[in-house]
Design a protein around this ligand. Structure first.
Ligand SMILES: N[C@@H](CCC(=O)N[C@@H](CS)C(=O)NCC(=O)O)C(=O)O
Length: 325
């Protein structure tokens, strides 16, 4: 995949332009950037602050403050689960699922994005300890270690050898998976799961002082990391947050089939007033709006405002809580 074929999509076509709200140091954004690289897409990057307030981002999302967020016209995709699904839908070739294992790989990705990523955050926060800037430690501590975060940070620091042991076992399995010389996790072609596994490893390599030495014990992983880095990030050009908001205002969201799912466990139906928030409480603001449509995988709500017009905000169902208000 070193020979990139970039999408012919004209950057002036603002309706279908892919805008990623992100910042360079974010590992979860790195997952999305690698995914854009796998698809060889052209995209615009809006750099957002690393800690709240993020008023120009939350104006679009209705309160969701995490990184990254993808915008296409007046459609706003929160969480990389939604972002990857939408990229696969709009740009199916090359596919994120080059083998016949998409269901299995979605299941595995709930672990890479959940327990594995959380473990990498604990290692990075725990190893940085007192060196972390206070506002950053407080914000990320609350998000990833819970309301009692200061205690959690101290525990992560003293438990570093244990946390490293928890990381070693899955890295050993990944190394074994790559042991037959394959270029990527499922074979010759990169898949979504490569980006999903990679972001946690990119994070410990770059932000844990002992990360490079730790990873040097896994030759297959180091070779695979180089293959992923060679894919690149597609074709990125910068954009201001103000221009992104102007694009949302200038366009209408894509129309969606507002059919009712009679088996929806919560009885959700179009037109209901709802809020959506991450299932694990990190003290984050729920996003309120009118339900447009839900599937087993996604919930879409509509928001209107003088500053953004009408937008559709999309969230995954898995990992998010929908409340009827
Ligand atoms: N499940 C989310 C996780 C997003 C996430 O936790 N991102 C980190 C960035 S690495 C974050 O938002 N940190 C706090 C922030 O950027 O304000 C996803 O897959 O997009």
């Amino acid at each position: 995949m070193t020979d990139q074929i970039f999408s012919e999509q004209a950057v002036t076509d603002t309706k279908s332009e892919i805008i990623l709200h992100n910042y360079p140091q974010s590992p979860v954004a790195e997952k999305a950037r690698v995914a854009l690289g796998i698809k060889g897409l052209a995209w615009r990057s809006v750099e957002i602050p690393r800690i709240p307030p993020k008023p120009l981002l939350t104006m679009l999302t209705g309160g969701y403050r995490r990184t990254p967020v993808m915008q296409i016209g007046a459609d706003i995709y929160c969480d990389t689960q939604c972002i990857l699904r939408e990229l696969e839908h709009r740009h199916p070739t090359p596919t994120f699922f080059p083998t016949a294992d998409s269901g299995l790989l979605w299941c595995l990705s709930r672990w890479t994005d959940g327990a594995l990523f959380d473990l990498s955050v604990k290692i990075v926060l725990g190893s940085a300890g007192a060196a972390l800037p206070e506002d950053f430690a407080e914000d990320r501590g609350r998000l990833y270690l819970g309301p009692d975060w200061a205690k959690g940070l101290k525990e992560a620091n003293s438990a570093l050898p244990h946390l490293a042991s928890q990381m070693r076992a899955p890295l050993h399995w990944l190394n074994e998976q790559l042991g037959d010389g394959r270029r990527f996790i499922t074979g010759e072609y990169p898949a979504a799961i490569d980006a999903q596994f990679y972001h946690a490893i990119w994070f410990i390599r770059g932000r844990w002082d002992k990360g490079p030495a730790f990873l040097s014990g896994f030759a297959g992983i180091e070779r695979w990391e180089a293959n992923i880095a060679a894919i690149g990030h597609g074709k990125m050009t910068g954009m201001s947050a103000e221009d992104a908001i102007a694009i949302a205002t200038a366009h209408e969201p894509l129309s969606l089939n507002a059919s009712v799912d009679p088996s929806d466990p919560q009885g959700l139906a179009p037109g209901m007033s709802i809020t959506v928030s991450p299932d694990l409480d990190g003290g984050e603001q729920p996003v309120a709006g009118t339900l447009v449509c839900t599937t087993m995988e996604t919930v879409t709500l509509q928001r209107n405002g003088p500053d953004i017009g009408t937008v559709h905000v999309h969230f995954p169902r898995a990992g998010y809580r929908v409340d009827i208000t």
